[in-house]
Design a protein around this ligand. Structure first.
Ligand SMILES: [Zn+2]
Length: 410
């Protein structure tokens, strides 16, 4: 039976968003948390962009060392052979790629100004897919940018050409967030029946329907026996009004009346990791989680009005669809209210040792302690925020990949 898998694109679509930023160490932590959450794939960034090269190679090294266990770390580039060759030159251990091309008439005319025909765009894309496979790609997704404004027959031709060239998935991008649930359901059904290739749903939130549209599209695919890969971002961060939110999507697939019966979600997905990853992304991006955010907002399990509070106290199921423990909430927050010693950019070695002693991490000798201490200073300089316990652990346990990740020049 066909299933829904999750491909998180926070580290690509989320970070390319205007006015919000994420340090490479934080991108790395997100890859680790997404892995722990059972997400199928993380679109980790841009292997053709110079300042991403060490970060990507460092993360691939963490995967090789078993720190990142199951998740696929995939790079994004344009669907042209030159980008694919450059991506593998920069990141030889990369095994998964998504290749992007514009498919709508409005974008082809508006962006290429008549310099490229549709036939040329498709043949360039198939050349890029073949190049990726020849260079050792395990999986290739072909992204149809602006698919929701692309003529359906053209989209089908494109998916068939991608499949014939060896692509493993076809990404339907609702780039402007213009689809509605019924429209995308019908279009994805038609696409899935015509081309037997796994479908990715990449939907934006300009009409406030990103999760609904993504889930409806996924339902259309799996009803036709085709696996669906929903693209999400943590807390919905993404271009303009954002992308399809990771936690809301899992909640919708698990708890809505229809989807929970009709759509099977990859069983490795662990919703109990939701709270940790949402809070970390909020901290790392420096953006608060909205009070009413599904599952992870401050008010997601708050009750005050007379009838609601009375009902929730008698039986929480009166007013809650799922419980705080289902999303990993309810653990006491370990916030230090008294004396605290931190370590970072301007710290000294005594404070550094104290912090690590409390984490239960001890160094074999002074030389090792000094080298990790220096890395901690650089990491804090890099993130410009107090380092979290998990970040401190990552640095101490994997100094070589972390040193690479913190180095911007190649
Ligand atoms: Zn996007």
């Amino acid at each position: 039976m066909a299933k829904v898998y999750l491909i998180d694109v926070t580290n690509r679509d989320g970070v390319q968003t205007s006015r919000i930023l994420l340090p490479k160490l934080s991108k790395t932590m997100l890859n680790i948390y997404l892995d722990q959450m059972g997400v199928y794939q993380s679109e980790i960034g841009f292997p053709t962009l110079r300042h991403e090269i060490n970060y990507i190679n460092g993360n691939l090294a963490l995967a090789k060392a078993g720190v990142i266990k199951n998740i696929r770390l995939e790079g994004w580039c344009r669907a042209i052979p030159e980008d694919v060759i450059l991506a593998f030159n920069n990141c030889p251990d990369l095994r998964d790629l998504n290749l992007s091309m514009s498919t709508s008439e409005i974008m082809i005319q508006g962006k290429f100004l008549g310099r490229k025909t549709w036939g040329e765009i498709v043949s360039t894309m198939t050349g890029a897919v073949r190049a990726a496979k020849e260079l050792g790609a395990r999986s290739v997704g072909v992204n149809a940018e602006d698919a929701s404004r692309t003529d359906l027959s053209r989209l089908i031709d494109c998916a068939l050409a991608a499949q014939e060239a060896g692509a493993d998935r076809f990404r339907y991008c609702d780039t402007l967030g213009a689809d509605d649930p019924i429209t995308i359901y019908e279009r994805i059904r038609a696409l899935s029946l015509a081309a037997n290739i796994a479908i990715e749903l990449h939907c934006h939130n300009d009409l406030g329907m990103a999760e609904a549209v993504s889930c409806a599209g996924a339902q259309g695919a799996i009803e036709c026996g085709v696996d669906a890969f929903i693209n999400t971002t943590v807390n919905g961060y993404g271009e303009r009004c954002g992308n399809c939110d990771l936690v809301s999507t899992i909640l919708a697939l698990k708890y809505s009346h229809g989807l929970s019966r009709k759509v099977k979600l990859d069983e490795r997905v662990n919703l109990r990791e939701a709270w940790k990853i949402a809070k970390y992304a909020s901290y790392a991006f420096g953006l608060p989680i909205p009070i009413g955010q599904p599952g992870v907002g401050a008010n997601a399990f708050a009750h005050e009005s007379g009838i609601h509070a009375d009902g929730a106290l008698k039986d929480r199921r009166n007013y809650e669809l799922y419980g705080p423990e289902d999303v990993g909430r309810g653990e006491p927050e370990l916030t230090q209210t008294g004396r605290i010693i931190t370590t970072g950019e301007y710290g000294g070695v005594k404070g550094f040792r104290h912090v690590y002693d409390k984490l239960g991490i001890h160094f074999i000798n002074d030389a090792e302690a000094r080298s990790i201490f220096e890395l901690v200073q650089y990491a804090n300089l890099h993130t410009q925020k107090p380092l979290t316990d998990d970040e401190l652990r990552l640095i101490a346990e994997n100094p070589d990949p972390v040193r690479k990740i913190l180095t911007m020049t190649v």
